[in-house]
Design a protein around this ligand. Sequence first.
Ligand SMILES: NC(=O)c1ccc[n+]([C@@H]2O[C@H](COP(=O)([O-])OP(=O)(O)OC[C@H]3O[C@@H](n4cnc5c(N)ncnc54)[C@H](O)[C@@H]3O)[C@@H](O)[C@H]2O)c1
Length: 317
Amino acid sequence: MNVSDIKNVAGIGGGVIGGSWAVLFAMKGLKVKLYDINDDCIANDKKTIEGNLDFLAANGAIKDRASVEANISFTTSMEEAVKDAQFIQESGPERINIKQDMLAQIEAAAPADAIIASSASGLPIGQIAENATHPERIIGGHPYNPPHLIPLVELTKNPNTTEENVQLAKEFYESLGKEAIILRKDCPGYICNRLQLAVFREMIDLVERGVCSVEDADKALTFGPGIRWAIFGHNMIMQLGNKDGISGMIDMLGGGFNLCADIAAWDTIPADYGKLAQEQVDEMMKNYSDEIGHDNAAIAQYRDKMLIDILKLHGKF
Ligand SMILES: NC(=O)c1ccc[n+]([C@@H]2O[C@H](COP(=O)([O-])OP(=O)(O)OC[C@H]3O[C@@H](n4cnc5c(N)ncnc54)[C@H](O)[C@@H]3O)[C@@H](O)[C@H]2O)c1
């Protein structure tokens, strides 16, 4: 199968992630059949999708909302969802028995060569696929929320996934405008969540040590490294930061005060941080401008509007 043969996509589960994937596939002109377990879940999935479409239309990210919406159909029959699909994106609950059960149902009705990608955010794809009939076409396709806006997708392989199928999945995601990276080996948390947690651990530590407030830790990240990271990764930032490039930068960092020795190294998140941070985050939200908003829903909309602007700068919209 070639990437141009992929015309019909099945989405399994239409919650936060499945509803967002469905919108992305439909925006790119693919026909999506979205499966969920019952009519109530489908009603919720429709609401999620309509919300995503309303937002995209209001922000000029889709021109013909009706035709995008018409690409998505809904079903409570797994067979109906997958029988004609060339690509299946599973976004059901993150529980191993459910993932394995969904996979068995998918494989019972899907064409034998359809690619099956799991959105799983922690469970290893090897474990999800351990009872599969055709593990060679099963991959992890871990998005970053929300997948219809954030380009990254992390691909993981089970021991039997063929290189050809991983490459096909990568090309398929790239044809949708995504940035796909393939993990060379299994790694808990994959790449993104580990990077994010490493920075967050240090932020928590700085607050707990009394060096700064929660608000200032966020401000330092957003208006310092974060704004550069929205353009280039840290290796390239280091390259640009020294006349001898990244190798010069590493010599410089290695030769000076060893900051690494002072960086947080604890292995569980301090239990008191949730309460401490919540009070300060609540205060921070009160003090935001009306343009940003004062509750989670409004602030998330502001974030997504800004995301669209950044994505436009990257030529992704
Ligand atoms: N939320 C995130 O930020 C995020 C990010 C990346 C990956 N993920 C992963 O994506 C997957 C879905 O997460 P979510 O946040 O969308 O969850 P969710 O709870 O919002 O959605 C789960 C969906 O699965 C459906 N479902 C329930 N039981 C099912 C079954 N037996 N068979 C098929 N579908 C079933 C639900 O009706 C719902 O539509 C998980 O594996 C999660 O780890 C989540």
